[in-house]
Design a protein around this ligand. Structure first.
Ligand SMILES: [Zn+2]
Length: 219
């Protein structure tokens, strides 16, 4: 849905102040740079009406186990090749079922922060989430046997949170930790217990999707 890509749909309570010095972005930023180089995160004139796409987050384990906290790449940062700390936002509290995000940082969180929050909410072991846009993986959702959220559910809505909760109960998602969002063109989400392994999951499926594309071309 190109018309709404990049538009924040949740209620945001954002403090425009730098976040805590002891929160490092070096791991998440290295993975984000790699995904940018692969054009899985980025901003291109001929895709999604020129809006930025893809985002990445890493959980901050808070003292209160019921509070969902994470750092996430900021809104409108898709076109920047290498981000720095000021391009990340710290979500200090998220309530997906109420559609509310509290954050701080020199950039507002990605418009898809609510979807990240609904994935974190499912399991405390989930430490990192990567959301990319890959026509190759998305178009091969069926061949790759990927779990998927249905086509009538748009990104960033409370309905997506319910749909993610449903998917999490499936063996397919528990085993593979990656799914397609059929209501969000080319949208793929992978999650894991580390940012590196969530990124590797995307790359694994990207290479499998390329293999399918190549075998179609060669047959
Ligand atoms: Zn997206």
């Amino acid at each position: 849905m190109p018309k709404t890509e990049g538009v924040i749909k949740y209620k945001l309570d954002h403090q425009d102040i730098p976040f805590d010095k002891n929160i490092a972005v070096s791991d998440i930023n290295a993975c984000r740079t790699l995904l940018f180089k692969l054009q899985l995160i980025g901003q291109l004139n001929d895709r999604y009406a020129g809006y930025g796409f893809g985002n990445i987050s890493q959980r901050i384990n808070s003292l209160n186990p019921d509070t969902i906290q994470f750092i996430i790449s900021g809104t409108q940062t898709g076109g920047i090749e290498t981000l720095s700390k000021q391009h990340y936002s710290y979500v200090t509290k998220a309530t997906p079922e109420k559609n509310i995000i509290h954050s701080k940082g020199k950039t507002k969180p990605s418009s898809e922060a609510l979807t990240h929050a609904s994935v974190y909410q499912q399991d405390k072991k989930i430490q990192a989430i990567v959301h990319v846009h890959s026509p190759e993986i998305w178009q091969n959702t069926e061949q790759l046997k990927l779990a998927y959220t249905s086509a009538n559910i748009a990104y960033g809505t409370p309905k997506m949170a319910t749909e993610v909760a449903r998917l999490m109960q499936t063996k397919q998602l528990k085993d593979e930790k990656i799914f397609s969002m059929l209501g969000h063109k080319d949208g793929i989400i992978a999650f894991s217990n580390s940012i590196e392994s969530a990124t590797l999951r995307i790359i694994k499926y990207y290479s499998r999707a390329i293999k399918f594309e190549q075998s179609k071309r060669d047959s």
